[in-house]
Every structure is written in C-alpha cells, then in structure tokens.
Design a protein around this ligand. Sequence first.
Ligand code: SAM
Length: 295
Amino acid sequence: MTKEIATPSKTSEILKKYGFLFKKSLGQNFLIDTNILNRIIETAGITKADNTMEIGPGIGALTEQLAKAAKQVVAFEIDQRLLPILDDTLSAYPNVKIVHGDVLKADVPKVIQAEFETPDAPLKIVANLPYYVTTPIILQLLHAQVPAESMTFMLQKEVADRISAVPGNKNYGSLSIAIQYYCEASLAFIVPKTVFMPQPNVDSAVIHLKRRTQPAAQVDDETFFFEVTRSAFAQRRKTLWNNLASKFPQLKPDKEQLTSELAQIGLDLSRRGETYSIEEFAQLSNFLQKFLAKK
Ligand code: SAM
C-alpha cells in the first residue's frame, strides 16, 4: 500500500473496492486521521520491544500504525467480511495476525500464548473500541487476568469520564471503582467526531489504563466488594446506609450497632457512596462480609 489507510481518500477507496457497507450494530466507526492514531500510539508508549493486541481492526487503520511501532500485533475481528480486506490492506506487515471471532467469547490468555511469537514480551492493548460493548470488553480483559501492562482505548467521552472519575465527582461510580481497583486510569485527550467514518453521534476520548502491580486496596472477597460498590450507587441521591439496606435488608435491625462499629474505623454510613474512596469501600466490604457471616 502506498498511502496510509487512515486518510479519508484511502479509506473511501478501500470501502468502494470491496463494496463494504458499515454495520452499525457492530460499532463500526473507522478512524481516518493519522495524527490521532499517532497520538494514540504515543499515549500507549509502544516500542519495538512490545507485543500489542487490538480489538476490532476494521480495515486496519490503527493496526497499520501498531505494526510499524510494535514487535507484533494480534487483532480480534468479529466481522468476517473484513478478513479479505485486512489481508489486502495489511499485506506489507508480516508482524500482524488477525484472529476471527468475538473477543468477549475468546480465551484471550490462550490466544496470546498461541499467536505471539514471543508471548512473554511486554503486552500493551490498544483499540478503538466498538461503542456498543465498551464496558464489557474492558471488564472482561481485567477479570480474565490478561497479562497486559497497559490498555489504551478510544471510547465514548461519557464512558471515559466515568472510568477516570475520582471520589466526589459526579461521574464517580461503580465503573470507576471496577477499573481503578486494577489500573491507574487517566483521560489522555478528547477526540472530535470528524475523525471517524461514519461519524458517531457522541464525542470520543482516549483513556490510558496502567495495570497496577497490586490492586488499589486490600479486599478479602472481590466478588462481594464489587457487589457492595454496585449497590452503593444504586440510587445516587440516597445515603450509603439506605442503598446498603435495600441490597442487604437483613442488616436493617442492626443499624445502630453497625453505625457505631463502622464509626470506630472512620466510616460514616450517612455519607453518599460517591464520597467513598476505593480504600474506604474495601474496609466497608471486608467489615460487612464478616458482620453478615456472624449473623
Ligand atoms: N480499529 C478500526 C479503526 O480504528 O478504524 C475499527 C474500529 S471500529 C470502532 C470497531 C471494530 O470492532 C469494528 O471493526 C467491528 O467489526 C469490531 N468488533 C465489534 N464487536 C466486536 C467483538 N465483539 N469482537 C471483536 N471485534 C468486534
């Protein structure tokens, strides 16, 4: 290929050549701006020593830049119609492997072992995510213990704001905690709609998630911790006590005892969940789990 894929003219040429029609249901909004792609690669800090994994290569706009910057790229694409197109557009890059399938159904750690030539090289995940499944994909990658040092994602700005929010911010909630428990999250930059073909309805942003070596807090039971954090934000205007009492009605008769015991470790149930740090939620869930077990 003489010209880079991520330009309006080259992208139109490829789409026309193959008679490709976008499937909105698969979140197909392709990037047509190499400057934005360079900023994504820079944010991800990709070097020739890195393995990279992409979700949804489309016609290969980001994949091409990853192939130039990294040691190897393995990319999951669900849409079979894109496979022959990618064969063509990425033919100059022998370090790219396309895996056909739904990333949500894949055994990602197994694919990493099978597809990378040096599976133990540092792994960085980079993607312009399909917007209809942004959150499930990120949570799946975190929970499947995919051994990635970092993940750099283009997604809806509204979701980026929720992921990177800190306590006290109106966007802070169970999604912020679910991700910041495992990663340091930062919003890198905002992206205008004009750099996509077709243009999405919402604004976009790039976030960088750096995997922590240890989770952000000491949690005895992660499943219970995430249950507590989700319930704490079930009704944002309610106090933590009211939300917890709806989720765990068996606690209602013990309100006084619980309030006084939690006060001793500095936790106040009359506050709203949005004021609680991850560390405080960890203390709360560790305490509640023992309290409920004794009942
Ligand atoms: N990376 C390309 C770019 O930036 O131009 C395309 C990004 S587009 C927003 C999302 C891509 O993800 C599409 O190619 C779509 O077919 C693919 N996709 C959607 N759902 C997927 C899934 N569950 N697993 C793997 N790929 C998926």
